[in-house]
Design a protein around this ligand. Structure first.
Ligand code: ZN
Length: 232
């Protein structure tokens, strides 16, 4: 498997023992994949892709409308969120450590020259992850004392439909990576919500009584999470 790039579109090429060439645009992320016969030359595959460019763009535009957050390209001038605030992205090429630095209203992304969108996104997400991993233990410690529960471990991952989850038996909570972009009180609300599951498994009256007790304004924060929107 190898990749091909036409304009700003990354195309995955897979060779198989087949007779005809196939092209697909994936709904989830707009990814393009061409499946081609084993002996097909790269040049012919490229020509085929170019001939399909109009169709590819149309499909991707159609799917983009379904997307919750507009696709970021990770280029200078874009706005990116961190802890509920928008920062202007500034891309800086480096051959040293790839990283993100915040300076006032600016987010400096240090990246290899010629890096792809996916590579930039990865550096950003790793940074978001490290930021959350720095914040979450403080919150867990604070709320363990208040709520009288114990969290054995936590993890951060990208989730499509949930802000957090709790494995009650393992006393482990998972926090959605997207929360790095939201205000600190949103993160705290989700941590408290997941920890409340250590007191009550279900979203029942007892559960919400705990929420009212510990975070009286939790409903307002929940609305903030919804309206600011990448997840329902
Ligand atoms: Zn829950």
């Amino acid at each position: 498997m190898k990749n091909m790039r036409i304009e700003d579109i990354e195309i995955q090429v897979i060779k198989k023992s087949i007779k005809n060439m196939y092209i697909a645009v994936y709904k989830a992320d707009g990814r393009v994949r061409i499946t081609a016969p084993k002996r097909m030359k790269d040049e012919d595959i490229r020509n085929f892709a170019v001939s399909k460019l109009g169709w590819i763009k149309k499909q991707r535009a159609k799917y983009k409308n379904l997307e919750i957050e507009p696709q970021k390209e990770y280029v200078s001038g874009e706005s990116h969120y961190f802890q509920g605030r928008a920062y202007l992205l500034n891309v800086i090429y480096t051959d040293k450590k790839q990283r993100v630095e915040i300076h006032k209203h600016q987010m400096d992304l240090y990246i290899r020259e010629g890096s792809t969108r996916e590579q930039r996104k990865k550096v950003m997400n790793e940074w978001y992850r490290s930021q959350l991993k720095g914040e979450i233990p403080k919150l867990i410690e604070k709320w363990e004392q208040i709520m009288g529960v114990k969290v054995n471990s936590f993890g951060v991952k990208l989730m499509k439909t949930k802000w957090g989850t709790c494995n009650i038996a393992a006393k482990r909570i998972w926090i959605n990576l997207e929360l790095a972009k939201r205000s600190p009180r949103c993160l705290e609300y989700i941590v408290v919500h997941e920890m409340a599951h250590l007191l009550e498994r279900y979203h029942n009256k007892r559960f919400y009584t705990y929420m009212d007790q510990y975070l009286p304004d939790w409903k307002e924060i929940k609305e903030e999470l919804k309206s600011g929107g990448s997840l329902a």
